[in-house]
Write a new protein. Sequence first.
Length: 295
Amino acid sequence: MKRVKPILRRAAHTLVNLVFWSMMAGLGWLFLQVFVFSSFKIPSDSMEPALEPGDNVLVWKGIPGARLFNIFETLKEEQVEIYRLPGIRKIRHNDVVVFNFPHPNHWGKVEMHIMKYYIKRCIGLPGDTIAIRNGIYLLNGEAGKVGNEASQERISRTVEADYAPGVYHSFPFDSVIGWNIRAFGPIYIPRKGDRIAMNRTHYFLYHKLIAWEQEGEVTYRDSTVFLNNSPLEAYTFQKNYYFMAGDKGENSQDSRYWGLLPEEYIVGKAWIIWKAKDPYTGKMRWKRTLKIIDN
């Protein structure tokens, strides 16, 4: 019996240590997931050739800064207040960015859903003006600065008949404005504090963002924009916004179709392909594994 007690004490001590260090490891992993990085699996070809279906990328949350919010409210699709910690740097042009898709239910309303993510390239920053002319992006009036040039060149050689229904025409899907993926904009990307006059065109470009910021209703009638039934001659934006696009512009649901992205919805910058597996055969694609994602 005397021999058994020391054995039991050692076993209990070992078990306590095992439980303790397992909990510490779990908390450490949770801390890293919340504040440092997350993993995202590429589901489609919209970012080819930079990213292919089956690629698993590491996303650095520390670049823009990790976000804090009530995750349980987001699971119920409720609008939440999002707080962002200080980041290493701001998002830049051509960064590949993971974000919560701002239209998880329909494109007519900005909403937050924690489980719905997109990955695209940042084409426009707050304060930029974006246009597309003959398929080529113009950033503040200059061409050749942003996006996948090969895709833009391919689009420049196409006509409307080359596309499936619903692909050629673009945001804001208004017959008067009449934008498409070859002739788009210009659209100004609001930054916090910008004050923009409200007219018919600006209503169609920004009403979803204003409704989201104000948690209200924005309408247009009798040549006047209304916020909660009060005339709105101009609006001062409270948030920053971005323009996102896929590298394979012929097959990408991006800002050309659903509009601008609120800064709060940005998760982080995609950094490296940590694992690449063929989604059809299940075989590893070793040449893509540990590949740095180019800006």
